[in-house]
Design a binder for this molecule. Sequence first.
Ligand code: ADP
Length: 249
Amino acid sequence: MTENGAVVVYLQDVTQEAQVQQIRRQFVVNASHELKTPVTGLMALGEAVRNALPHDVPAAERFSEQLIREAERLSTLTRDLLDLTRVEDPSYLKTESIDLIEVARGELEVLDTLAERRGVKLVTYLGDKVAVRGDRQQLGLLVKNLVDNAIRYSDTGGTVSIEVHAEDEEAIVRVSDTGAGIPLRDQGRVFERFYRVDEGRGRENGGSGLGLSIVKHVTELHSGHVGLTSELGEGSTFTIHLPLLREPA
Ligand code: ADP
């Protein structure tokens, strides 16, 4: 109550804040659940190695191979969790003029080895300089996650093509594969955190279920949008549209 008897009512709509808190809580629950699976696996496999030794060395070797794969899965998951946390934290964002061709070349150098190991052919269509305003590391993550998926969801003998060019006022990054494809009913959901079309296949491929949510977040943070066309058994095409940076001549 004020001096002249008026009552001041202060109302604050906390609906949005409550929703954000709820999403955060759900994320922690999901992340813990995702971490629990490989950790439980590691414990069981460690024990299996111990029980097999010293009398059954071949079995111990088999278990330790599985143990390494499980540890790799855990490492991918923690790396993707860190990447997602970073891209969601505005204090990490460092914007400057970036050449997307350079970013793509840098990422492809690393992904070449994975493609070779999987027997997948990488084909590139990279134009001249394609400038955007953005964060180099985040745009690198975007390219890396799309190409990494395209390779992992392709069979041996498949082809993955990467195209970066300028079109009208847009920078276009297009990643196509001749792989498994994504059913129509899942196409709208694959960008959600931890969403996998086929739980078994996703995990087996070493995926964390976070890659495409990182792609979507980075794209939107750079005022862009992402498109997906896919045909089951035929392959998928992800297209990123970003505002082109017209630099003074
Ligand atoms: P993951 O780490 O499991 O690959 P993503 O968020 O990157 O997670 O992708 C979500 C899901 O979308 C994957 O589990 C997979 O089922 C599907 N997916 C993503 N990219 C492709 C692709 N190029 N071809 C077929 N399926 C894909």
